[in-house]
Design a protein around this ligand. Structure first.
Ligand SMILES: Cn1c(O)c(C(=O)NCC(=O)O)c(=O)c2ccccc21
Ligand SMILES: [Mn+2]
Length: 254
């Protein structure tokens, strides 16, 4: 193992992750969001983009909701579909580099987890690959996790080479719910991270070109466990209610 000023290769790799995690956590604490450019390097980024485009060609995306193109809801004009998504676990064929992205972000978040004591991050969602087909498609202002469903960090990886602001599609973020928005360019190989809760309302401005991104949501263990317990309780209550209803119906019958 060649030693470089006392560090082995592994130490250096871990240091690189450690250094970036430190910067991410300090920045998240300061402003609630943070982005890293040239996250994988251009070659890997373009390989991820080609896998995403291939998913698109293979019709692996849902059809976005039907929306009217002039945004005032009149049914007269042509219908367009807005954002389309595909859920990927990384084992699908021709998704090797998307899978590499998922494991790399996992490693970064594992290092961040060591530096964040208010959360205990062990799990994440599958990857949500999103495509805005252009023609003014957008995503209205929202909070990813307004009601404690367990998601604590949103990561968005953008895949749009040569993107410029005149193409629209900027991510408008209102950090700390403040009114002055921050606009993030969805450029190739940019990884954006932000707290998923009400601290970060955000929206996607109308896009005038095809716009791709990959989202991974990371869970806080305790918040997620509480949410799942609540979900199960709601299921049980619903089941009891419907039994009672059926019971009362039966009662009426005889
Ligand atoms: C397609 N799409 C999204 O683009 C965003 C989102 O906030 N995107 C931000 C961005 O792409 O910059 C979402 O948060 C989202 C949530 C549920 C389903 C689809 C969704
Ligand atoms: Mn969102």
């Amino acid at each position: 193992e060649t030693k470089l000023n006392g560090y082995t290769q592994i130490d250096l790799l871990q240091n690189r992750f450690y250094e970036r995690a430190k910067y991410v956590v300090d920045t998240l604490r300061k402003q609630g969001y943070c982005y890293l450019d040239d996250f994988h390097g251009e070659v890997t980024a373009l390989s991820i983009l080609s896998e995403v485009k291939n998913l698109h060609q293979r019709e692996k995306f849902t059809d976005g909701e039907l929306v009217s193109s002039n945004g005032n809801g009149s049914m007269l004009n042509k219908k367009i579909r807005d954002d389309k998504i595909a859920w990927i676990d990384g084992k699908e064929e021709n998704c090797q580099t998307i899978s590499h992205h998922m494991t790399t972000v996992n490693t970064l978040i594992r290092y961040c987890n060591g530096l964040i004591d208010e959360y205990d991050i062990e799990h994440r969602t599958k990857a949500m690959v999103a495509c805005y087909p252009g023609q003014g498609t957008c995503y209205k202002r929202h909070v990813d996790n307004p009601n404690k469903d367990g998601r604590c960090i949103t990561t968005l990886y953008y895949l749009n080479p040569g993107w410029t602001e005149e193409k629209g599609g900027m991510l408008k973020l209102y950090p700390g719910g403040s009114e002055e928005a921050v606009k993030i360019l969805p450029r190739l190989d940019r990884l954006l991270l932000f707290w998923s809760d009400r601290r970060n309302p955000h929206e996607v401005e109308p896009s005038h070109d095809v716009r791709y991104a990959i989202t991974l949501w990371y869970f806080d263990k305790n918040e997620r466990a509480r949410f799942r317990k609540k979900q199960e309780e709601d299921e049980r209550k619903k089941a009891i209610l419907s039994q009672q209803e059926n019971g009362s119906k039966d009662g009426k019958k005889d």
